[in-house]
Design a binder for this molecule. Structure first.
Ligand code: PHE
Length: 377
């Protein structure tokens, strides 16, 4: 205690000074003030008035020097004890006021999280969100990470870097929505597929690579199975010895997990994409009996995705040496998968924001799909 009284010092001032040393009265007054303090600011002012450098108790301490030794010792003891009890009272009061202040704030800023949802809020998880989660859950289990890219894409990343030159018919086939040129760089487009995320990811990280990239895609097309905005999941795996067998195995595992069938009849059809070689489209065996679609049985085929081995030019454009690395890629239509799995006949209902539709086809918010917990309702 820094300002404890040193009773060994022997100053000489008249004993008369002791007359107004009424320590007990001072202490009682201070304790009363402390007890009735109503806020922390006032409490601090009391502390300064009592114990501060020019405070009452400190003042008395200074005057001890003028007392004779016996009186000084006695007064010193009294003062020290008064000082301790005043300090303790202030501390106790401070804690009490702080607690009261906290209670007041808790009361004032209270949010009742137990309130039930408003009865009119009857939304649910959209099948597109649900299926995206399901697809991601399956590929995550296989060791794929999730990557993303922007909806507004550079013309080079959407086409050129993917080995689709300017005059290539794919540019027309994609019914691209172009945006006004912004000066520098390529012409901005609403991405026509999620494949530009392949390039973005190659440019921003080192192989080996295993990613899936879900997101919105856009093409000027509209009928029962096409909407101008739709959803894809891109897949990309690059390693030193990745081959077509890996692609087929990976897609087969995916289809069986997604549709929850033991063995899905699948057909890998040779196809063409500028960014893969060789390229394959994948169909799944199904039947349409009595207007009902059944996956994994019957003699009909439904196309669900495009895929292939990444073209060396694409690897090069992504800054990856095609003499060292090779990989596969695929693009799945999410809306298409949702229609198939959950028996939704018309794609246009997906984006009409009709609550009745969502109530019928939607999913409960807390049923997050996982492989162990189940992927279906
Ligand atoms: N990007 C293609 C499409 O949208 C799908 C695809 C992705 C094909 C990756 C091959 C490899 O049609």
């Amino acid at each position: 205690m820094q300002d404890q009284i040193d009773t060994t010092k022997n100053d000489t001032l008249g004993a008369s000074a002791a007359a107004d040393f009424d320590v007990l009265t001072l202490e009682a007054k201070l304790l009363l003030k402390i007890e009735t303090a109503t806020d922390l600011g006032r409490l601090d002012a009391i502390r300064v008035d009592a114990l501060g450098r020019k405070g009452d108790i400190t003042g008395l301490m200074k005057r001890l020097r003028g007392l004779d030794p016996d009186r000084r010792r006695e007064m010193g003891r009294e003062l020290n004890s008064a000082k301790d009890s005043v300090r303790d009272a202030i501390e106790a009061k401070r804690a009490e006021l702080a607690r009261a202040e906290m209670d007041r704030r808790l009361e004032a800023e209270r949010v009742d999280i137990s309130l039930p949802p408003r009865p009119e809020a009857q939304g649910s998880v959209h099948p597109v969100s649900q299926v995206t989660e399901e697809v991601v859950a399956i590929f995550r289990e296989m060791g794929f990470a999730v990557a993303e890219g922007p909806d507004i894409e550079d013309d080079w990343l959407n086409f050129g870097a993917l080995n689709i030159p300017d005059e290539h018919p794919a540019r027309q086939e994609h019914d691209t929505f172009y945006l006004p040129a912004s000066g520098e760089g390529g012409r901005p487009v609403l991405r026509t597929h999620t494949s530009p995320v392949q390039i973005r990811h190659m440019l921003s990280s080192e192989p080996p690579i295993r990613i899936v990239a879900p997101g919105r895609t856009y093409r000027g097309d509209s009928d029962m199975t096409h909407t101008p905005m739709f959803h894809q999941v891109e897949g990309l795996a690059i390693d030193k010895s990745t081959h077509l067998g890996h692609l087929k195995g990976c897609l087969r595992d995916f289809v069986e997990a997604f549709f929850q069938v033991e063995k899905a009849p699948m057909r890998f059809r040779p196809s063409y994409f500028p960014f893969t070689a060789p390229s394959m489209e994948v169909d799944i065996g199904c039947s349409f009996e009595g207007g009902e679609l059944k996956i994994g049985a019957g003699d009909d085929w439904l196309e669900i995705l495009g895929s292939g081995m990444v073209h060396p030019n694409v690897l090069r454009n992504g800054g990856i040496d095609p003499d060292v690395w090779q990989g596969f890629a695929f693009g799945l239509g999410i809306d298409r998968l949702a229609m198939l799995k959950y028996g939704i006949p018309d794609l246009r209902g997906f984006f009409e924001a009709d609550l009745r539709w969502l109530r019928h086809y939607g999913f409960r918010a807390f049923d997050a799909p996982t492989l162990h917990g189940g992927l279906a309702r």
